[in-house]
Design a protein around this ligand. Structure first.
Ligand SMILES: C[S@@+](CC[C@H](N)C(=O)[O-])C[C@H]1O[C@@H](n2cnc3c(N)ncnc32)[C@H](O)[C@@H]1O
Length: 263
């Protein structure tokens, strides 16, 4: 075998290797490209669903916050609603309920039949799961819907509550008109955001600290002033209302009104 002949297979083998390494590199590139594109796609999908309902969190992330940082807010707020409005029977709606923690605490201390409504199907799924875990499914149901077009008939609710959702409502005038539409004459709405009045100051401070540390809270640009809220409510045809903050601090904003009898 000549020098050249002996080298032939080696050369050939080498070219197969070259072909393999070229094909391998090409496939690896293709794999990484697909991986990168799918990660970017997933993030885009997630952030666009976050943007649609809540610019900061997915329903799952919010459920984690509600179970940890905000855990103590809901029982105190539910107690405040029960003690202030004395509506413990009949129908109630929690608008923008997220994973349903306020509705669940309210159901535990009243005989109300409650709907927990949220625009985000994932929040509705989590709320229904939480309701079932709390064994309250006979009086509490999670429903998907937009506050601007709610699947409830006129004059059907004795009480409408909402915490931490109104800032995200696109057309707030329409939303308050809808809330007023579904309230029974004489029924009460309590809509806002914050921790309520009954949470002890020390607990409020701990929550505040964790919120600051973990950067939890609505973006500043969504905030609504007292004056702006007044304009919204008057435009919605609600002339008599009360707007307050949480007791003892200039934080939170709560709107309270009753639907006029005969309207
Ligand atoms: C910050 S979370 C508050 C959840 C819950 N109320 C709580 O305090 O734990 C705001 C919720 O409002 C819901 N939301 C935003 N816009 C809505 C709309 N137009 N109609 C119904 N729900 C809405 C979001 O999907 C989200 O679950």
């Amino acid at each position: 075998m000549s020098e050249v002949d002996r080298k032939k297979p080696f050369v050939y083998y080498g070219s197969v290797l070259k072909k393999f390494s070229f094909a391998g590199a090409f496939l690896a590139c293709l794999f990484f490209l697909t991986l990168v594109l799918s990660i970017v796609g997933c993030q885009k999908k997630q952030s666009s669903s976050k943007k649609l309902y809540n610019p900061q969190y997915s329903a799952e992330e919010f459920d984690r916050i509600a179970r940890t940082v905000f855990k103590n807010i809901y029982p105190y707020l539910a107690l405040q609603i029960k003690e202030e409005f004395l509506i413990t029977e009949g129908s109630c709606l929690d608008v923008g309920s997220g994973p349903g923690h306020l509705a669940i605490e309210l159901a535990k201390i009243t005989n109300l039949h409650i709907y927990a409504l949220d625009i985000d199907p994932e929040a509705v799924r989590l709320a229904q799961k939480n309701v079932e875990e709390a064994r309250l499914a006979d009086r509490l149901k999670a429903v998907q819907g937009d506050v601007e077009r709610m699947p409830f008939s006129d004059n059907s609710m004795d009480l409408v509550v909402s915490r931490g959702s109104y800032l995200f409502w696109k057309d707030k005038v329409k939303a308050f008109q809808e809330i007023n539409r579904i309230l029974k004459p004489g029924g009460t709405a309590f809509i806002g955001g914050g921790m309520g009045n009954l949470i002890p100051p020390a607990e409020r401070a701990v929550i505040r600290e964790r919120m600051d540390k973990e950067k939890i809270g609505p973006p500043k640009e969504l905030e609504v002033s007292f004056e702006e809220m007044g304009v919204i409510l008057r435009k919605a045809g609600i002339p008599n209302f009360k707007v307050t903050t949480d007791a003892g601090c200039l934080c939170g904003l709560w709107v309270e009104f009753k639907k006029r009898k005969g309207s």
